[in-house]
Design a protein around this ligand. Sequence first.
Ligand SMILES: [Zn+2]
Length: 315
Amino acid sequence: MADTCLLIHPEELDTQWLDQLEALRVGALGLHPVGGRRANETLAAMLERFETPAYRALLEDAARRGIEVTCEMHALRYLLPEEALTAHPDWQRVDAQGRRAPDLNLCPSRGEALDCLSDRAAALYARLPGRPRRVAMWLDDGKDAFCHCEKCRNISPSDQQMMILSAMLKGIRRVRPDARLAYLAYFETLPAPTRHDLKEGLYLEFAPYQRDLTRPLWDAACEANRRETAHLSALLDFFGREDATALDYWFDNSLLSGYKKPPKRLTPHADVVRSDKAFYRRLGFQRVESFACYLGADYRALYGPPDLSSFREDG
Ligand SMILES: [Zn+2]
């Protein structure tokens, strides 16, 4: 039952959501704080929520129902806030224009920056409910988000991500030695990395953000989907199938709503969902997930409960 998962914003979790997950036989819930430039603030707000009795009761209710709770979040800016990068300008990445900038991620060729990241990742992980074995602490969300300094310019974004994740995992494993951390493959990190020496403990999380949701992902006649899946075999060869996770957008009503409330009405393409899930299983993915944000109480008040039936294994 634990091999499907839906990701929602932490503030959207309520008893009705747990009822829906149970009815869909979804075994896991991913808490996903809002990303973007304020991802550090939404992550901090989630951690505060974990300390309140009402929220703890919801998490306990999930556990009673056999629903595993995980966290999937853009964590880099929280782990290395702008103040830390301003205090250590040499930790900042060099952007495509050749300027050092505290805007996104960091320079992965700076050992002290990676050591700091390692410690802070351990502290963050220790605060997550249940300290889940698999955790997704993604880097900053952006299309050109990596370092172009003299040392990094010949290191691909995928390998830069490997260097950063490897440092984070080192810290996390001081808290839980068998923890595994997601390598998020999307935008620039879709091509497979080459750093085999760093892959122990990292698992593939494939997120075809720029896909066409109206066409099956494997549809070779669909240019967007062909592009999104072009590196998939190489990624699976590199990371293997253990914990391999497909994170799709079938029910991502925040995407459909242009990341602006009020939410729009979600009309999932049920045939595409079923066909894509079978495609992922054929490739050997062990877990299939979808974002399902903007489908909380405000959505239900406007449109009634969302139709997620195609996500059921027998749906
Ligand atoms: Zn660099």
